[in-house]
Design a protein around this ligand. Structure first.
Ligand SMILES: Cc1ncc(C[n+]2csc(CCOP(=O)(O)OP(=O)(O)O)c2C)c(N)n1
Length: 377
């Protein structure tokens, strides 16, 4: 185990002080350290997606000749393949970048189904990309050696190098994990109100992380079957696109997308596609807790976006910002009568049940019953 401060001291010693990426629970403490020290000891930019992080580091290199660090969960590696092969690769612009990849789905360890394949093939992918890597263990001297090795390689070859981080390697003690309570609603409360309201033949698509887990648990609590919901456990940011496609095919049914601000921002361009295609039966709900709560509460850029105006400017027919339970109830009252696509942004606090579970029924089984439900009418 190494603390974030110890790790940062090593990075700093070898002139790595520029960080950007999308959070991963594998190194939640490290992310907290970066957030707290941004603008003081270091620079940390949490952008929309991992692809963007690679390009941000490329720009940093072009202007400073220094190497930036991109942190990500290995699911984000998929998103970086394009800029790694077509921008940073030695056959193109030969730009070094240090990747710090959280190893979800490590073979032999229990993890959720969406992590299994990437967990198995991550090393193979890196081999194919000709990106050398070191798997860090918890020994500080060993970690220093790997950082030196990475730096030497990147300077000599002007090419990317990866550090693989297993769960539990970076850990801090005595962290104040107090969650700020800013808004009246929690995501769980808002979600329950919404689910109770859509009690007919609606179709629900829920996004990656705790939103899907909370929806699944609520259905269990209600002793309701899960057929109405598509629980999108992986492919962060894609829930709205799935919903769009279904809404265009099933014009007589309401399609509700339950999104998170982090996921929404990751694929914000989908807003333009939805607005352009303009399905009247689509209701897009973003639970905006201004954070990636599922991976430890790291901030998103949602505070500086006016999602309501953005949606309207992308041709959504209606959008509302919801700050309270009363607002939510009022909006829900008339939501079914309104013409879509429409957007509700529900401001919620961070926080969820400690023992929040994950879907227990197999994903294939869930998909099959959902597909049958789509064809029930
Ligand atoms: C491509 C990709 N990058 C990173 C992750 C890790 N990840 C899972 S959930 C999540 C946060 C989602 O945040 P948000 O949509 O705001 O929902 P919240 O957790 O706040 O409810 C992240 C970063 C992932 N699953 N996929």
């Amino acid at each position: 185990m190494i603390s974030s401060t110890e790790l940062f001291n090593l990075f700093q010693k070898y002139d790595f002080t520029f960080f950007t990426g999308i959070p991963d629970s594998t190194f939640a403490d490290w992310m907290r350290f970066l957030t707290e020290n941004t603008g003081k000891l270091l620079t940390n930019i949490i952008p929309c997606n991992e692809c963007e992080s690679i390009a941000i580091c490329a720009g940093y290199y072009l202007i400073t000749r220094k190497i930036g660090v991109v942190y990500m969960q290995n699911s984000g590696l998929g998103k970086t393949i394009n800029p790694l092969t077509s921008l940073c690769d030695p056959e193109v612009y030969s730009i070094p970048v240090l990747l710090m990849i959280g190893w979800r789905g490590e073979p032999g360890k229990i993890d959720a189904p969406q992590h299994k394949k990437m967990g198995r093939i991550m090393n193979l992918l890196l081999n194919d990309l000709k990106i050398p890597y070191s798997i860090l263990n918890s020994d500080i001297d060993e970690i220093e050696k790997e950082i030196i090795k990475a730096k030497d390689y990147m300077e000599k070859n002007r090419a990317p190098y990866a550090l693989i981080i297993k769960k539990g390697i970076i850990k801090d003690n005595n962290i104040d994990k107090k969650i700020p309570l800013i808004y009246e609603l929690t995501r769980e409360n808002a979600l329950k109100l919404i689910v109770n309201y859509f009690n007919q033949d609606e179709i629900i698509i829920s996004t990656t992380g705790k939103i899907t887990r909370e929806l699944y648990e609520y259905r269990e609590e209600l002793k309701e079957i899960h057929k109405k919901d598509f629980y999108m456990v992986g492919s962060m940011g894609c829930a709205a696109s799935i919903g769009l496609s279904i809404a265009l095919q099933k014009k007589d049914r309401k399609v509700i997308i339950l999104d998170g601000d982090g996921a929404f921002i990751m694929q914000m361009g989908t807003l333009a596609t939805i607005g352009h295609e303009s399905p009247t039966n689509l209701i897009h709900i973003v639970f905006d807790n201004e954070s990636h709560e599922s991976t430890g509460g790291q901030p998103t850029v949602s505070k500086s976006i006016d999602i309501k105006e953005l949606a309207l400017n992308c041709n959504y027919k209606y959008a509302a910002l919801i700050m309270s339970k009363k607002d939510l109830k009022n909006e829900l009252k008339c939501v079914k009568e309104r013409e879509g696509p429409l957007m509700l942004i529900v401001k919620v606090n961070q926080g969820s049940k400690k023992d929040l579970g994950r879907p227990k029924i197999s994903l294939i089984e869930l998909k099959n019953s959902f597909m049958n439900y789509l064809n029930e009418k």
